[in-house]
Unconditional design. Structure first.
Length: 417
């Protein structure tokens, strides 16, 4: 087993959270190694982004390329609540940014990983972590991994777990709280051609509740291809398939029962396999410990109702990079910096989880969703649409993310509903 040098930071996982953490640390002058178990580009779901990602994409110098390469997303068209008519919220109503992007995740994730390389991160793909290396007192000191048919050991002052829901590093280091009310199954595929949403809403994502339970997404990932998926509680999926129906049939039934989704793919055809995944929301009880830190889906995952996954992951990465940089600069500041990272990131997570839970009841009148978002986003009472847009876009949390000071003591803004 070969030995390698010690790095400042070892990042496990090359998705958006891992690549962003590594890239920002390298940009700050830190020596970073990133291990990714797959070979990029690789397929991934989670194709629609919210405008809260814009500042960190700007910090990485990627805005122009994102604008040129991917579909622009201007807002959300919803078929949700007790009132039957579709309704719309535009990102511009929150101020700051008028669009984000619908992305092909294989391309988007490759873009972020390449940016990490460009900034000086040493990247090893197809590297499988096999063991977490610890010291006499249990502190994490590195990992063992397989790469190119050989076994390696690598040491680092800090190890970042950005390995997604597999939690390759933190699985045995942090307890997890599972959100049983958001224990879901997602079933999806791709259709071409499709009809864009009408009335000038072509750049929107569609979010449509289904009378038989669950909800549908419709994401225009390209001008010719629509990502269409169904999210349903596990117990309801179990009941619907008890008579021998497949999950694909349940998905097709949901589309047939919809108002807008079925209209969008009328005249088109399915052009890819039907895929499924368990979609169980969770959060780690600890986001860091001696020698390690967790970020992205490894730290916590929320039902993707508002496409917040990449935003949460990259926002956490922004704060993680700053906290680790402060800890590397002065080891005496480690506990303070990482505790503050956990406090802000966890409150960011909890606030969004609280709103998703409230919104998940599709029987409320539209104004109730607006009022709850307005209260949580802390905008004037006469600006309900702006409050809703601010909440679901992540804009309300940007001051706490972009202004994150790991050694600061200022009052937090998140979590003040």
């Amino acid at each position: 087993m070969s030995e390698t040098k010690q790095y400042d930071v070892l990042v496990v996982g090359g998705g958006p959270a891992g690549s962003t953490t590594a890239a920002l640390l390298a940009k700050a002058g830190r020596d970073v190694l990133l291990l990714e178990r797959e070979r990029f580009p690789r397929y991934h779901i989670g194709e629609s982004l919210i405008t809260g990602v814009t500042p960190v994409m700007d910090a990485l110098g990627l805005i122009d390329e994102l604008d040129a390469r991917f579909q622009w997303k201007y807002g959300v068209t919803l078929v949700w609540g007790s009132e039957p008519e579709p309704w719309r919220i535009s990102f511009g109503q929150a101020g700051l940014y008028d669009h984000s992007w619908h992305v092909v995740r294989s391309e988007f994730d490759q873009l972020l990983l390449n940016k990490a390389r460009e900034l000086g991160v040493e990247v090893r793909e197809e590297a499988q972590v096999t063991e977490v290396l610890t010291g006499e007192n249990g502190e994490v000191r590195g990992v063992a991994y397989k790469h190119g048919g050989e076994k390696h050991r690598v040491a680092a002052r800090f190890v970042v777990d950005a390995s997604g829901q597999s939690r390759a590093v933190s699985r045995n280091l942090a307890d997890v709280s599972w959100q049983n009310d958001l224990r879901n199954v997602a079933v999806w595929s791709y259709f071409s051609p499709y009809k864009p949403l009408p009335d000038g809403n072509q750049g929107d994502i569609l979010v449509e509740s289904v009378k038989g339970g669950g909800w549908l997404w419709g994401i225009p990932v390209t001008g010719e291809k629509l990502s269409l998926g169904h999210v349903l509680p596990v117990d309801q999926m179990t009941a619907k398939t008890a008579d021998g129906r497949s999950q694909q049939q349940v998905f097709e039934d949901a589309v047939a029962a919809s108002e807008v989704a079925q209209w969008m793919i009328a005249g088109g055809e399915r052009v890819d396999a039907v895929r499924t995944i368990r979609d169980w929301s969770h959060v780690c009880e600890q986001f860091h410990g001696p020698g390690w830190l967790t970020v992205g889906d490894a730290a916590g995952f929320i039902d993707p109702l508002f496409s917040q996954g990449v935003w949460l992951g990259t926002s956490g990465a922004w704060m993680a990079a700053r906290a680790l940089d402060a800890a590397l600069e002065n080891p005496a500041d480690t506990a303070r910096a990482l505790d503050r990272y956990q406090t802000v990131y966890r409150q960011l997570f909890d606030e969004f989880l609280s709103f998703v839970r409230f919104f998940y009841d599709p029987t409320r009148i539209r104004k109730m969703y607006m009022e709850r978002a307005q209260q949580m986003a802390r905008v004037p009472r006469d600006n309900l649409q702006g409050g809703f847009a601010s909440m679901i876009s992540g804009i309300q949390a940007l001051p706490d993310v972009t202004g994150f000071d790991p050694l600061g003591t200022e009052s937090l803004q998140v979590g003040r509903a």
